[in-house]
Design a protein around this ligand. Structure first.
Ligand code: 5AD
Ligand code: SF4
Length: 463
């Protein structure tokens, strides 16, 4: 029996999928990447319209697979299931779906699967009469909670033993759930709920358990990690949590995402600067380079504040790599606003940027703003911005050519099996010749040739 967990969207979803895959394994399924499986879970995203469209494409295929494998289970979870209209559409147009749950009750997944199997058995044993014929009713479990309840903590050992991580030496850890920022374009606060932080004790216990399980690199996850801990009974700052995580023996590297420019504190910059375990990479979404657009996005910082912040970070941590997210075509964005964004990109020396075309999300304040930008204008600005972003990425990456740096070796290169792939502290990838025994180890490599977004390198020291 095989199970496939297909993840759409962000690292939060990727983390949730590890938990889902782990639970499916405990039911005896072998995890595969092939959707034509006995149990398929779509962990959905709804941050932009095209994420929704993608799901419906996959559901079409899943329906076909189920025609030849009648006992197949098709489950859908994640952010899109927090939207009642989408759930209704699925129930109506994709009646073969068996299990629907949301972002707040993932920890109940095991119970929901058991419930589904029990219901199936019951329905098989109790066929109903339809048009004079006996028919087995379709068993559907649909359990979506509108709001998040207080965080349910499990024993760290149980948690990490069950999770199915891609690599044994790297792990992501949720430090908080939800978001309170209500950027006017964003659906996340509606589908992931209000901000809730886990206690430092629970987080540190989990990371200690991970370290004793051989994990060397940790990614701390939250929609807005900089506001971590503010709502706890005993408030703590993200900077102090990060500092504590770095003290854990066996943990050699710590990453975090995502940071909000309005909340990134001097204390955090100081902790990163002083602590070599913290990776030299900050993802700092700017969204727009125009103060007026930022105001309407409810980002609560100005262009000047953002540029100052970047200056401050670079002064304290000169080797830092900064990446960002940018939205083009937010309602009311003028050509001048857009040029402000282009110029900000040029000034910020990003090593990478995710650029998005504004996508209207129903229920968000921006969806009903006047002056929605026409699609062709958005497309044109998007293409112009991509050019500038690519130039920035190429020139910032190329600056590192010839340097000797440390990678954590992640595995054999997927395209060329003769090569290994490792990740630098600044998050760039390096491909180089080496023995499989180096996987999971820190290795010093020389960055021989810049290939745009990654490097070809050679091992200098593998002790
Ligand atoms: N349209 C386009 N991009 C969006 N993002 C969030 N909401 C939208 C939207 N409605 C982008 C932001 C965010 C990233 C994860 O997705 O840039 O940082
Ligand atoms: Fe969305 Fe803004 Fe929260 Fe990020 S900070 S999840 S963009 S509302």
């Amino acid at each position: 029996m095989k199970a496939c967990v297909m993840t759409f969207g962000c690292q939060m979803n990727a983390r949730d999928s590890e938990k889902i895959a782990g639970i499916l394994e405990s039911f005896g399924y072998e995890i595969t990447e092939d959707e034509n499986a006995d149990f398929v879970v779509y962990n959905t995203c709804t941050v932009r319209e095209n994420a929704n469209t993608k799901l419906y494409g996959h559901l079409g295929f899943a329906g076909k697979y189920k025609e030849t494998n009648k006992d197949m289970v098709i489950a859908i979870c994640g952010c899109m299931m927090q939207e009642p209209d989408e759930v209704e559409k699925i129930k109506k147009s994709y009646p073969f779906v068996d299990l629907i749950f949301g972002t707040h009750n993932l920890y109940k997944f095991k119970d929901l699967v058991n419930e589904l199997f029990e219901k199936r058995e019951y329905n098989k044993a109790h066929p109903v009469k339809k048009n004079g014929k006996l028919k087995v009713k379709h068993a559907l479990i649909c359990d979506v909670w509108p709001e998040g309840k207080p965080i349910v903590e499990e024993e760290p050992i149980t948690r990490i033993k069950e999770d199915k991580r891609k690599l044994p030496f790297m792990a992501s850890v949720n430090i908080m759930y939800g978001c309170n920022n209500f950027c006017t374009y964003c659906i996340v606060p509606y589908v992931r709920g209000r901000e809730r932080s886990r206690t430092p004790e629970a987080i540190l216990a989990e990371i200690k358990a991970l370290a004793s399980d051989g994990v060397k690199e940790i990614m701390l996850l939250g929609q807005n990690v900089n506001s971590y801990g503010k709502t706890l009974a005993d408030p703590v700052s993200f900077a102090s949590l990060l500092n504590e995580v770095c003290k854990i023996d066996g943990i050699e590297r710590v990453r975090f995402m995502t940071s909000h420019p309005k909340d990134l504190s001097d204390e955090l910059i100081d902790v990163i600067a002083k602590n070599p375990k913290v990776c030299r990479h900050i993802h700092l979404p700017v969204q727009s380079g125009s103060t007026e657009v930022l105001r309407r996005m409810n980002r609560r910082y100005s262009r000047e504040h953002y540029l100052e912040l970047i200056k401050k970070i670079r002064a304290a941590i000169p080797e830092i790599a900064i990446t960002t997210d940018i939205i083009v075509g937010f309602p009311g964005e003028t050509e001048e606003d857009f040029i402000d964004t282009v110029n900000l990109v040029k000034e910020s020396h990003y090593i990478g940027a995710y650029t998005f075309q504004y996508s209207k999300r129903s229920g968000t304040p921006a969806a009903s703003m006047e002056d929605q930008v026409p699609e062709d204008v958005i497309q044109n600005r998007y293409e112009r911005l991509m050019k500038v972003v690519n130039e920035s990425t190429l020139s910032e990456t190329a600056k590192l050519t010839g340097k000797e740096m440390t990678v954590l070796v992640e595995g054999v290169n997927e395209e060329n099996k003769d090569l290994l792939t490792g990740r630098l502290s600044n998050n760039l990838l390096v491909h180089f010749k080496g023995d499989d025994s180096l996987i999971g180890k820190f290795v010093t490599v020389t960055l021989d040739e810049c290939k745009g977004f990654y490097f070809m390198g050679s091992v200098t020291n593998s002790n």
